[in-house]
Design a protein around this ligand. Structure first.
Ligand code: ADP
Ligand code: PAZ
Ligand code: K
Length: 243
């Protein structure tokens, strides 16, 4: 199988064998041109001859149509994930027509009916979602640290920071530190607040910035970078008659 995750910043793929073991995987920045990136990867995909391609995309109809065109040339059946708020593994209170399928798949990949879980996606957007014994209660969406820095940069005259590192939440005594530490605190603070409000929910983080954020959270966080892949596998396993 070939599994594709088209996020707002990166395309991730996993090639798995008959028993579900990963034989090849990678994550690449697509710079809003996922089809060009996919075309460059088709040789590699063809070499593994997957019998199905399962896709999670949050890139919208126009880019998804281009992705479909590109994949059609491989002559391998493929399907995009549709959010199902009444899935047998997890029901959701969220408007299913709006919920990002990556968010949903990350939850589907983690859900455990015996637990209370808080899934934090640390991608282009930071998302926090609460699941109570396999019912998705809803969540929150934040711009990630880089988007926050860009908006501060473009909305002010005296803040011209374009680089620097997000490594501390201690107060800053110069603009560069105040900006970076303030932004990191806004995300870490939100996670800590959710953690305080929902002390019985296990904190689970995934996505490109998970390690950076997790270090500053005041409660143990489980990092799981297999959630989306796990969600894709669970989804297509349930919907097998369709493929
Ligand atoms: N090699 C990399 N290229 C781009 N971003 C990376 C890389 N490694 C880690 N990241 C971090 O990953 C974040 C994007 O996370 P990701 O989960 O891939 O997002 P999305 O699903 O929105 O594409 C970026 O904000 C960046 O900080
Ligand atoms: C919230 C997201 C932008 C996160 O995307 P990502 O950071 O993984 O690229 C994406 O899941 C999305 O576009 N969702 C639609 C809005 C919603 O979930 O309500
Ligand atoms: K993502």
């Amino acid at each position: 199988m070939l599994w594709l995750d088209l996020g707002n910043t990166r395309l991730k793929y996993w090639l798995t064998d008959d028993i579900g073991q990963i034989v090849s995987h990678d994550a690449k920045q697509h710079l809003q041109a996922p089809t060009e990136l996919l075309m460059g990867l088709t040789d590699r995909f063809e070499r593994y001859a997957p019998d199905f391609i399962g896709i999670s995309s949050v890139l919208g109809d126009k880019l998804n149509a281009q992705v479909s065109d590109t994949l059609s040339r491989l002559n391998i059946p493929f399907a995009f994930v549709d959010v199902d708020a009444a899935h047998p593994l997890m029901s959701s209170a969220y408007d299913a027509t709006q919920l990002g399928c990556d968010r949903w798949l990350q939850m589907l990949g983690a859900v455990d009916k015996k637990k209370r879980q808080c899934i934090i996606g640390c991608g282009t957007a930071v998302t926090i979602d609460l699941i109570d014994h396999a019912t998705h209660l809803g969540g929150y969406i934040f711009p990630n640290i880089y988007l926050q820095r860009e908006s501060l940069f473009s909305g002010t005259k005296q803040i011209t920071i374009s680089n620097g590192t997000f490594d501390s939440i201690t107060q800053g005594v110069n603009t560069q530190d105040a900006v970076h530490r303030g932004i990191l605190l806004s995300i870490v603070g939100a996670v800590n607040e959710i953690s305080n409000r929902h002390p019985n929910f296990e904190l689970i983080m995934t996505g490109g910035d998970a390690n950076m954020i997790a270090q500053h959270v005041n409660r143990p966080v489980r990092i799981r970078n297999d959630l989306l892949l796990n969600g894709l596998a669970r989804y297509f396993d349930e919907s097998k008659p369709k493929i």
